[in-house]
Ligand binder design. Structure first.
Ligand code: MTE
Length: 359
């Protein structure tokens, strides 16, 4: 696998890794070698010859498409889109209360690429939808072991999202065929939704009236209130995660950096609710008492993160830098991280705080 040697490996098997924040912040379109990786099982080897994308369920014309047919019969489209895992910034929640059995993702479970493929809507249109269609479920060709059973990773999108033009069946990433680790030969890209819905190694699309019954829709990737813990959780409850929420991160300086008094550059990224663009990023050098607007340095467009930067004047001492963002829909982040704790450690969108020492 052609990954940058600086990536922090969170687990070898299955392979999970993310770039250090300063490396992540270097390029707006993340080079494929730097792009984070989130797997729940081993990376499958998919042979293109026998490969068929099956489309079935509540459709008028079930399909079994070769990759060549997919490329020839549907218009290709290219889209820059950020992929963000629901586990982004989980490690900060560990300080509130432990979350046993989950990976300690930092601000690294996010990256942006140029994806090329076909609109999912075009394939669904070719298949024709029956009247009861309400959700579009995806099944990966990988094998994941959970609760004593083995099955493919899966999840679904509500039909209204699946029909949006930004949702792709992608076969290229950053101008090259998908690499095995990122889902070769075909994956879903669902911009504005948690990364888990962007199913890799896509084998099947099933149109149905209910959300996917896959473990990763019905059990994992559910959000519970902070008072629910591992002893009280009822897995039949909880909110199935879908849309991302507005979030912002300081990539530089890193936590516990030693800085020289004076003007200090602060840089990071922000992402809007449901993939909408960012309107405002503010930074604080005093733990959130006073704020300064940051400059947005990237194009204002939906589906991708925004890069921002600011200069803060810091005297000697210990300082808590804080960042918060607002998106174009007016959505803002919660201040308090304790209110964000949940039993699986998803969707931490609290103001991010980074302590630094200035001499
Ligand atoms: N698809 C399959 N088949 N298996 C997986 O384990 N992980 C999901 C999603 N698609 C996963 C999958 C999760 S949780 C995320 S965040 C993204 O893929 C990560 O995509 P990446 O590894 O290309 O960054």
């Amino acid at each position: 696998m052609d990954k940058h040697p600086a990536l922090v490996v969170h687990s070898e098997q299955p392979f999970n890794a993310g770039p250090p924040p300063a490396l992540l912040r270097e390029q707006y379109i993340t080079p494929t070698s730097v792009f984070f990786v989130r797997n729940h099982g081993a990376i499958p080897t998919v042979d293109v010859e026998p490969y068929r994308l099956v489309v079935r369920g509540q459709v008028l014309r079930p399909l079994a498409l070769t990759l060549a047919e997919l490329r020839a019969e549907f218009p290709a489209t290219t889209l820059a889109a950020t992929l963000q895992c629901a586990g982004l910034r989980r490690s900060e929640l560990f300080m509130v209360k432990p979350i046993p059995g989950e990976l300690g993702w930092e601000a690294d479970a996010i990256s942006t690429a140029e994806w090329r493929g076909v609109a999912l809507a075009a394939v669904l249109e070719a298949a024709g939808l029956e009247q009861d269609a309400g959700h579009v479920a995806f099944l990966g060709l990988d094998t994941v072991a959970r609760q004593g059973q083995s099955f493919g990773f899966g999840g679904s999108l509500p039909l209204h999202k699946a029909l949006m033009r930004e949702v792709l069946l992608a076969y290229e990433m950053n101008g090259a065929p998908l690499s095995p680790v990122h889902g070769f030969p075909l994956r879903v890209i669902a911009p504005g939704y948690i990364g888990a819905r962007s199913v890799k190694w896509l084998g099947e699309i099933v149109v149905q009236s209910e959300p996917s019954d896959n473990y990763f829709q019905q059990h994992a990737y559910k959000l519970f209130p902070p008072e629910v813990d591992a002893t009280t959780v009822d897995w039949s409850q909880g909110e199935m995660l879908g849309q991302l929420k507005v979030n912002a991160v300081i990539c530089e300086p890193g936590a516990d950096t030693m800085l020289t008094a004076g003007s200090v550059p602060v840089r990071g990224y922000a992402i809007g609710t449901a993939g909408q663009s960012i309107e405002l990023v503010e930074v604080s050098a005093d733990g959130g008492v006073t704020w300064k607007s940051a400059s947005l340095t990237s194009p204002r467009q939906p589906w991708t993160w925004s890069f921002w930067e600011a200069e803060l004047t810091l005297p000697a001492g210990r300082h808590e830098l804080v960042v918060r963002a607002r998106d174009v829909t007016g959505d803002i982040q919660p201040a308090d991280i304790a209110s964000q704790w949940n039993v699986k450690g998803y969707m931490n969108t609290a103001w991010q705080r980074v302590a630094v020492t200035v001499s």
